[in-house]
Structure formats: structure tokens, C-alpha cells
Design a protein around this ligand. Structure first.
Ligand code: 26V
Length: 798
């Protein structure tokens, strides 16, 4: 597709010098690392533009169906090296940079992460954008160009402190501002009747202005667009008010606009019902839909034909106002008959559910919806009665509007032709527990699409040591066809291969240890088991159970110092939502325990705990390739899928985990003998909760856990404030909703098995290598191919 010749290191160096001079306006003699990073990014971006245009042109010329992925979050991370890898130019870039006398890593690490997401849901959107481009699926991502991404985390006295993230204070070299693509977005106001038809007159308006980023696929064969909307005032200020001397009021339109795309909501599990959040959701959705219809009509296509040309995927319910908005545009604005508008919308829309946690399910008070979006509130009621009419046997307790609230899950379900879960277990639980009645009324609507991760970023880019071994063993091409990793299996019996596999792991562990020594001042033994739990802090993810087991291990080492322990490094990473007290206490406990254990002279380097601040995509790229053990220990039934679990196993870590989310399928793929399983199943969890005393009973059955809780309660890890964890310990005895106590002994004995298994290095190496060899299924290419076939009804344009 690209006609321009592949650059050499020399020609690329010339391009970089050109951009330093003419784009950055710097004399090379005085250019900073920032200038060089920008210049390299711009030189690479120049290489992306041609395939990007070519893909857009081909989509138009062939009248292709387009997929629109609507998401409030895109957790992209760094972009430079990713683009270099997909263009096949990483080595060339590196020589060019080194030829200029610069350090490659310093240049790469100069780039701030694009942290426009909270966690799994946002990172999944980024992996899916990359796979759509790699598979040649014509499509657009639509999101918000938050000025401030997810907050930065620091620790002060062991406690999390949040500071604002500011990625846009620097120039963002991958985006193109499109002032010509701007739409008016309305809020509030009233609905009037004009010529017998409803007409919404908004009371406030803002402009949504587009910023485009190219997303280049594997080997540069295709590129799509990630279009992020930034809010701008429709008028800079109210001149009449200004002239009357009311200067503050004159600036109000601008103030509203600026707040809309100012900051990402940092809470990914508790829905707060805040007006600004609802406005953000509508802002994204309304801008996207106007853009989609404009593009469709520009091709002279009829709105009748919309479902043939347009597939819209809603990433959770956050953009679920898309149903009512599309129906409004089709009927109120374009004159389509109302029921026909509903049917058309349903054929275009798909909804992915990412959580069953009740506190995360969005529901808006009808008075708020009616105030912020008065016409949409009417349309929602009409959709609900249309659905009831069409399903006379619909039980009275089922519906979109209940108890003066709009339930966004039901709305998204009813306005979509497909609803999908993100792992096999999660999908079954959606059918059984979340939407049992709607599932009966719409058999076949709920389907599964197990999550995936892009192997380009999560293996090829993040783990050069292992990637090179794979290339030396089975050749290139697995990056675009991850099932080919199975070809590694015959080499599992070859001890030379296993030695190299473990040498790659060792290299990664040494790199990580060097980084931790420098950033945390803690020396790690690279022969220890690197045991890692990185993810958002949440009670259901049970970081607490991990630290309790760590304390028990420490206690045992002190009581019985002569026994044969495998040295271990426990690594934690992750942010707590700023208002989530219990999660913040768990962070503080981990930090306090680390302080005691890391300074215990009796323990030495047999046990260390590290918790580096500000876990993000870039930190994940450092940590995951260095892991021996991946902690996936959520209460069964609570983790919809997990995707970190896939990244670890692909990079040759063994999993210690429950039968939750995609762990179930990972274990099936890699083999039960290569996975450390423990804990209650989802059914057993439900059963166990029926005993109101489950926690107390479990604790009384575990003397080890009793001791651990006793030490915490006595202030062993918080001597300056012994009562610091009284609430936490009290909660363990009396409530323990996430069944930490009930799973503790099972987890602890599984950890003992890990110790024994790690003692036999040859057998560990085999298990680790088999994990890598058998993880092909979890490529996001497989997942996207599933969406294309089962939901979007589209094919590759390659
Ligand atoms: C919910 C809310 C509630 C309102 C405030 C802002 C906000 C932001 C995000 C969310 C959704 C959280 C759901 C989520 O992230 N689920 C995760 O999705 C991953 C990708 O499918 C999956 O691997 C994880 O298991 C699941 O927890």
C-alpha cells in the first residue's frame, strides 16, 4: 500500500534533523530530548499519513461498512514505539537516534502516557483500535479529548495522594486538530411542537471540535482514525453582558464548555449520578452520531440503508444515550417514522457489558435526565412502551424506567441487536443474573466475545528478549497470527530452548530490578520469584488477601528460619479511586507492611515488598515481562474478564488464580497442570454468602489467619498509630463481603505449591514456556474477528 521506499537509518536521521529545525524551530546543537522525541514522532507520523489516506480512500471507493467504537475511555499509553513497531521501523529508528548521539530509551521514555482511561475497559478499547487497524476493519474510535487524564499517584507516609495529570501541557505530535469538523451539542431547554412534530430547543450549547489520531495497524497495511472531541464555547463570551460590565457572567458560556472535556472521572466502579458525567456522555455520543450521519449522507446514501453501512459499538453503557439520540436524529430531524427509527437504530447498535457489580451499573434520576436532555427523556419513555407493547408477556418489574430512574443497562440492551459479555463465565452470569428476563424475551441477543490483547504492544514491544527468542525459534509472522506460538511446543523438550527462555526472563527481571533500585531504593534478588499483582485497587480484586498471605509467610519465616523458602519479591501496583476509603486503607496497609518486612534483618532478601507509585500502561510494560507469578485472585463471579491476566501468561508467567473471568479460559488453554488454581467457584461464593457468619467461621478455622489479623490489630505494622487498621480487621471478622477469609487457606496452600514448583527450575521453565505457547487465543485479533463476524457483520478490506 505504501509506495515510499523504506527509509534507512541515514534517511530517517535526515528527516529527524529536518523536523528539529523546521517543526521544533531548534538548532540541533541546542535541541533537548523533548525536541528530539517530537522530531522523531513527526518523522514517523509522516510515514503513517500515506497508509492512512489510502485506507480512507479505499473505504469510500468500495462503499465499505464502517464500524464506530464509542468509548468514554481510551487508555493508549505511549504511541511512538508502537507506531515504530507496526511500521517495521523500530531498529531503524533506534540506529537513527543513536547516530545522533542520543540514548534510545531516554527518547522513548520522554513521551507521557496518554492516560485517557481508568483501567481494563479503557485499555481494551486501545487494544481493539489497534486490532481493527491490523485486520483492516474500516472504523473509527470516538472518545473525549480530556485535558487531564487519570490522576497521578504519589505516596506520602504510605498514603495515596492524587495530583492532576497534564499530558497536554506539551504538544501532542500524533493529533491533527480539525476545526472544520465541529458540531453543536445542546443541553437542557424545552420541547415544543412545530407542525405537529416535537422539536427540542436546547437552553445551552457547546461545540464539539474533532482531533484525529491515526491508528496504524501491524505492518502498516491499514490505518484507522481515533477521533477525540474537545469542548469549545459556541461563543467566546456574551458581549451584551460584557458591555454591561458583568464580566464574570459574560464568560459563562466559555466556562461550561471548558469543564466538559476537562477531566476524566477517576472512579471506575461507583457510579455517582453527577450531572457533569451525564453531560460528558451525551457530548461524546451526540458529536459522534452527527459525524456518523454526516459521513453517511455525504455518500448519497439513504437513512434506510444505515444498518448496511454503519455499525456502532457502545463500550459499556457510558454512551448508551446513543439509542435515544439516534432515534431522535432519524425521526425528529430527518422525518423517519418513529417505530421505524427505533428498528433502524437497533440494527446499528451493539452493547458490550463490562461489569456485573451493582454499584457500577449506571442509572440516572428521571428528573436529571429530563432536565439535561428533555427530549431524550420523552424518547426513552416511548422506547420503553414500544418494547412493552411488543412483548406483552414482559414482567411488570422489567423495563428501562423504574423507581424514577433510567436504567442504562436495560436501555442499552433494548436498543441493541447484540449484547455481549467479555468472557465465557461473565456472559453466562449476564444471562442468569443481570438480564434473565430480557434474555428470555430476546433469545440469542446475548453473546460472548472473550477479551483479547494486542500481541504487538504486549509481547513484541514490551518484551524484546522473549520476542527475539520466538523469532529465532519459529520465525516472524506470529505477531499477526498468534496461534502460531503453538509451534513453540515441540521445543519444550529441548533444554537449550528452555535455558534461553529462562535467560530472557532473567534479563527482564534484571532490568526491572535496576529500575526499582533506582526509583525505590530497594535492592531485589533476581533469583527470587517475582510475584506481581497490578490492577486498580478494589476490594473484589483482593489485594488484601495477597498482603495477608505475605504477612503469614513472613511470620512463618521468623518462627522457622531454617526451613527452605524460595526467595520472593511481592510487587504491587495500582490506583484507588480518590473517594474509596477501604481501597486506600489497603494501599496503606501494604505500604506499612513493606516498611516492616523490608527492614527486618532476620529476613534479608528472602522476602521483599515493593509498591511503586503511579502504575500505568508504561509501568505495565516494564513489570509484566519480568513476572514469574501473576496474581489473578478476585472473588469468583466479580471480575468480568481481566486482561492483565492474559498479558502475564503470554509473557511466560504462571497464574495463581480463581475460576473467575477469563482465568477460566486461560486455564483451559494453557492446561490445568500449568496454572495454580484455588478458591471457591462463583456458585460456591453465592452459597457461602448465605451463611451470615461465613467470615467468623473461616477465621476460626485458620489459626494462621487469626495470627495475621491479630498482628495487624495490635499495630505491629503501624506502631505509631496502633488502631489504624481496627476498622479493616473488624470488617474482616464481621462482614468480609468478598470472602477473603473463606479463600485464605486455599490461597495459602496454593502459594506453597508455587514455592515447591519454583524449586524445580527445569519443570517451571516448561510450564512457563507452555503458557506462552498456548496463549494465542487471547490475541485481540481473534476477539475483533469475532465482533466483525457476530456483531458488526463486516469483513476485512485488506
Ligand atoms: C464504570 C463507571 C461508573 C461511572 C463512573 C465512571 C465509570 C468508569 C468505568 C466504569 C466501568 C468499569 C467497568 C470495567 O472497567 N470493567 C472491566 O472491563 C475489562 C474489559 O472488559 C475487564 O477485563 C475487567 O474484568 C472489568 O472489570
Amino acid at each position: 500500500m505504501t509506495n515510499t521506499p523504506t527509509p534507512t537509518a541515514e534517511s530517517l536521521r535526515d528527516k529527524i534533523l529536518h523536523h528539529v529545525t523546521y517543526s521544533m524551530g531548534k538548532d540541533a546543537k541546542h535541541a533537548s530530548i523533548y525536541d528530539w522525541r517530537m522530531a522523531l514522532s513527526l518523522a514517523l507520523r509522516d510515514r503513517v499519513v500515506e497508509p492512512w489516506f489510502a485506507a480512507t480512500r479505499k473505504t469510500w471507493d468500495q462503499g465499505r461498512k464502517r464500524v464506530y467504537y464509542l468509548s468514554m475511555e481510551f487508555l493508549s499509553g505511549r504511541m511512538l514505539e508502537d507506531a515504530a513497531i507496526n511500521l517495521g521501523l523500530r531498529a531503524t529508528c533506534r540506529s537513527a537516534i543513536e547516530g545522533l548521539g542520543l540514548d534510545w530509551y531516554e527518547v522513548i521514555e520522554n513521551e507521557p502516557d496518554a492516560a485517557l482511561g481508568n483501567g481494563g475497559l479503557g485499555r481494551l478499547a486501545a487494544c481493539y483500535m489497534e486490532s481493527m487497524a491490523s485486520l483492516g476493519c474500516p472504523g473509527y474510535g470516538y472518545g473525549i479529548r480530556y485535558e487531564h487524564g487519570l490522576f497521578k499517584q504519589r505516596f506520602e507516609g504510605g498514603q495515596q495522594v492524587e495530583t492532576p495529570e497534564d499530558w497536554l501541557k506539551q504538544r501532542h505530535p500524533w493529533e491533527f486538530e480539525r476545526p472544520e469538523s465541529a458540531y453543536e451539542i445542546g443541553f437542557k431547554g424545552y420541547v415544543e411542537t412545530v407542525d405537529g412534530k416535537p422539536h427540542w430547543v436546547p437552553g445551552e450549547t457547546v461545540l464539539a471540535e474533532a482531533y484525529d489520531m491515526p491508528v496504524i495497524g501491524w505492518q502498516g497495511k491499514w490505518a484507522n482514525t481515533l477521533r477525540l472531541w474537545s469542548a469549545k464555547p459556541t461563543e467566546m463570551f456574551d458581549l451584551a453582558r460584557f458591555n454591561h460590565g458583568d464580566y464574570a457572567a459574560a464568560a459563562e458560556p466559555e466556562a461550561l464548555a471548558r469543564t466538559l472535556s476537562r477531566v476524566l472521572y477517576p472512579d471506575d466502579t461507583t457510579y455517582a449520578g453527577k450531572e457533569l458525567r451525564l453531560k460528558q456522555e451525551y457530548f461524546l455520543t451526540a458529536a459522534a452520531l452527527q459525524d456518523i450521519l454526516r459521513r453517511h449522507l455525504a455518500a448519497d446514501l439513504s437513512l434506510e440503508a444505515l444498518p448496511k453501512h454503519v455499525a456502532i459499538q457502545m463500550n459499556d453503557t457510558h454512551p448508551a444515550i446513543a439509542g435515544p439520540e439516534l432515534i431522535r436524529l432519524l425521526s425528529d430531524v430527518h422525518g423517519m417514522e418513529f417505530e421505524h427509527a427505533i428498528e433502524t437504530a437497533v440494527q446499528c447498535l451493539g452493547y458490550t457489558n463490562h461489569t456485573l457489580l451493582p454499584e457500577a451499573l449506571e442509572h440516572w434520576a428521571t428528573y436529571l435526565m429530563g432536565t439535561v436532555l428533555p427530549r431524550h427523556m420523552q424518547i426513552i419513555e416511548k422506547i420503553d412502551s414500544w418494547h412493552r407493547r411488543n412483548h406483552p408477556n414482559r414482567p411488570h418489574f422489567v423495563g428501562i424506567v423504574k423507581h424514577q430512574e433510567v436504567r442504562m443497562g436495560e436501555l442499552a440492551f433494548i436498543t441493541s441487536h447484540k449484547v455481549n459479555g467479555v468472557s465465557a463465565l461473565h456472559t453466562e452470569l449476564i444471562k442468569k443474573n443481570l438480564f434473565p428476563e430480557l434474555n428470555k424475551l430476546h433469545p440469542g441477543r446475548i453473546i460472548n466475545q472473550t477479551n483479547g490483547i494486542t500481541p504487538r504492544r504486549w509481547l513484541r514491544m514490551a518484551n524484546p528478549a522473549l520476542s527475539h527468542l520466538i523469532i529465532d525459534t519459529i520465525g516472524e509472522g506470529w505477531e499477526g497470527d498468534l496461534d502460531r506460538l503453538r509451534e513453540l511446543e515441540p521445543h519444550i523438550e529441548d533444554s537449550a530452548f528452555l535455558d534461553k527462555f529462562m535467560a530472557a526472563k532473567r534479563t527482564n527481571k534484571e532490568h526491572l530490578a535496576a529500575w526499582i533500585a533506582q526509583s525505590e531504593g530497594i535492592t531485589l534478588n533476581p533469583d527470587a520469584i517475582f510475584d506481581i499483582q497490578v490492577k486498580r485497587l478494589h476490594e473484589y480484586k483482593r489485594q488484601l488477601m495477597n498482603i495477608l498471605q505475605t504477612i503469614s509467610e513472613w511470620h512463618e519465616m521468623r518462627e522457622n528460619p531454617q526451613a527452605d523458602y524460595q526467595p520472593r519479591v511481592k510487587i504491587f501496583g495500582g490506583k484507588a479511586a480518590p473517594g474509596y476509603y477501604a481501597a486506600k486503607q489497603i494501599i496503606r496497609l501494604i505500604k506499612d507492611v513493606a516498611e516492616v518486612i523490608n527492614n527486618d534483618p532476620l529476613i534479608g532478601d528472602r522476602l521483599k515488598i515493593v509498591y511503586p507509585a503511579n502504575y500505568n500502561v508504561s509501568m505495565a510494560e516494564r513489570l509484566i515481562p519480568a513476572a514469574d507469578l501473576s496474581e489473578q485472585i478476585s472473588t469468583a463471579g466479580k471480575e468480568a474478564s481481566g486482561t492483565g491476566n492474559m498479558k502475564f501468561a503470554l509473557n511466560g508467567a504462571l497464574t495463581i488464580g480463581t475460576l473467575d473471568g477469563a482465568n477460566v479460559e486461560i486455564r483451559e488453554q494453557v492446561g490445568a497442570e500449568n496454572f495454580f488454581l484455588f478458591g471457591l467457584t462463583a456458585d460456591e461464593v453465592m452459597e457461602r454468602r448465605r451463611d451470615p457468619e461465613h467470615a467468623r467461621h473461616a477465621i476460626l478455622e485458620s489459626p494462621v489467619l487469626q495470627d495475621v489479623l491479630q498482628m495487624i490489630a495490635e499495630g505491629r505494622f503501624s506502631p505509631d498509630e496502633p488502631e489504624r487498621y481496627h476498622d479493616l480487621v473488624h470488617n474482616m471478622w464481621n462482614s468480609d463481603y468478598f470472602l477473603v477469609a473463606s479463600d485464605f487457606e486455599s490461597y495459602r496452600s496454593s502459594q506453597k505449591e508455587v514455592d515447591v514448583a519454583f524449586g524445580d527450575r527445569a519443570s517451571w521453565a516448561k510450564m512457563a514456556a507452555l503458557n506462552t505457547a498456548r496463549m494465542g487465543f487471547f490475541s485481540s485479533d481473534r476477539a475483533i474477528a469475532g465482533y466483525m463476524r457476530d456483531i458488526w457483520d463486516t469483513t476485512s478490506a485488506l
